[in-house]
Design a protein around this ligand. Structure first.
Ligand code: G6P
Length: 421
């Protein structure tokens, strides 16, 4: 990295990219990106987003060389850091993932349940293809993955490839920011005892400058939450990841989704269209405030902090997705978990979490087995494994619907699932 960092963003035409770039430019001194490669298969979006990024760089007067390409291999060649943020099939596929499960009376969501399953079937093979290119063209690069379903993708990358991967999500950093605000404290003074999987995690304890402030945080949280969400916090004595409401309030969520006029993906499609229009304004030279309507708040902070700590060998603590290696005693060594880790030039080393409380252990293990079965199904195009994954999943698990649900998912995603035909 003598000539500065080469950073490749796969899925660089995403409307989120200006957020990432804002973080990179803000950290230019400590994390000096010299070449920023944005790669995307959608030429139109790549050019719109790329032009805005060009204006953002110009405004900061930094010597970052910007390269836009549709050639993935060219983007990956010799990269030091790679961020993957792809959506196989685009938002249209997400909308299908949200709608198909509802026809079978189960929750449809981008990362969780049958929707997340369909997303994984499409995405894992593409990510493994990207991994092959990285192994060949930039074997020393660090891959930071945001591609959803992020936990399953990290599990696949870390167990089926040689790529130096860290899986990332904005939820942990979101919690830290939320609690710091609540406690009127600095973000760096807050430490979480956090366990679980991506989108299936719990904050067991919150520490402020080493003092246990969990009860204070829980009290404040409960006051501002709807009763049903407050109830699960009270019962557990822990703070669940927002995605756990798909499990704890399954029936309510299902009826809300069924009566909602639009899916989240349909809303996101509209926001994206507005953002793309906005990005084309030649006078726009920064991330517009409308981007905050998306769920990925703080994603840039999470990505840049992580890359910075690897680059500078900081040895600080961040919550990321890595191989368990004994951190959670209830799960196997290879299982990918979302836990606090020491981040250094060697990557992420998970801190010991011990065993999971009985109230959360069973769900965590079951979802991990679901994730592993889903990966096996997607790699081999194996319908039997796919059905087992759906049967194991706590939000599906009804053998009477599984055949129909799986066939519909496979049929509607035919062009992305060649292994199944
Ligand atoms: C959070 C989750 C991401 C997810 C996003 C959805 O950031 O951690 O995994 O992609 O929300 O936001 P959206 O605006 O696309 O609904």
């Amino acid at each position: 990295m003598t000539e500065g960092i080469v950073l490749a963003v796969i899925g660089g035409g995403s409307s989120y990219t200006p957020e990432l770039v804002e973080g990179i430019l803000k950290n230019a001194e400590e994390f000096p990106v010299r070449t920023l490669r944005l790669m995307d298969i959608d030429e139109t979006k790549l050019n719109i987003v790329g032009s805005l990024v060009g204006r953002m760089i110009e405004k900061e007067n930094l010597s970052v060389r910007l390269e836009l390409t549709e050639d993935r291999r060219a983007a990956l060649k010799g990269a030091d850091f790679i961020v993957t943020q792809i959506r196989v099939g685009g938002i249209k596929a997400r909308i299908r993932d949200e709608k198909i499960p509802l026809e079978f009376n189960v929750i449809g969501q981008e990362t969780t349940g049958a929707g997340g399953f369909a997303n994984a079937l499409r995405t894992v093979p593409v990510m493994l293809d990207i991994a092959k290119d990285i192994e060949e063209l930039s074997p020393e690069a660090w891959l930071i993955n945001f591609t959803n379903p992020s936990g399953i993708v990290a599990e696949a990358m870390l167990n089926y490839t040689m790529v130096k991967t860290v899986g990332l999500c904005n939820v942990p950093i979101g919690f830290i920011n939320q609690f710091a605000n609540m406690l009127e404290a600095k973000v760096e003074d807050v430490l979480l005892d956090y366990v679980g999987l991506n989108h299936l995690s719990w904050v067991r304890k919150v520490y402020l400058k080493g003092k246990d402030v969990t009860d204070i945080v829980i009290d404040k949280l409960i006051k501002n939450l709807p009763d049903k969400e407050a109830e699960s916090i009270k019962i557990l004595g822990m703070i669940p990841n927002g995605y756990l409401h798909y499990y704890y309030e399954k029936d309510d969520v299902l009826s809300d989704l069924k009566t909602s006029p639009k899916t989240r993906g349909e809303t996101v499609l509209e926001i994206e269209e507005q953002l793309m229009k906005k990005y084309q304004d030649e006078n726009l030279r920064e991330k517009p405030p409308e981007l905050s309507q998306r769920g990925g708040a703080h994603y840039s902070d999470a990505a840049v902090s992580l890359m910075k700590s690897i680059y500078l060998d900081k040895k600080d603590i961040q919550i990321v997705n890595v191989k368990n290696n004994g951190a959670i005693t209830d799960l196997s060594e290879d299982a990918v978990v979302e836990v606090p880790c020491i981040i250094s030039g060697k990557g992420a080393i998970p801190l010991s979490c011990g065993s999971l409380e009985p109230a959360i252990s069973g769900l965590t293990q079951t979802v991990k087995y679901y994730e592993q079965l889903t990966i096996e199904a997607s790699i081999a195009g194996d319908r039997k494994k796919a059905k087992q994954a759906l049967l194991v999943h706590p939000l599906i698990g009804n053998p009477r619907i599984i055949d129909g649900l799986l066939e519909k998912i496979i049929e509607e995603n035919r062009e992305f699932l060649p292994k199944f035909f």
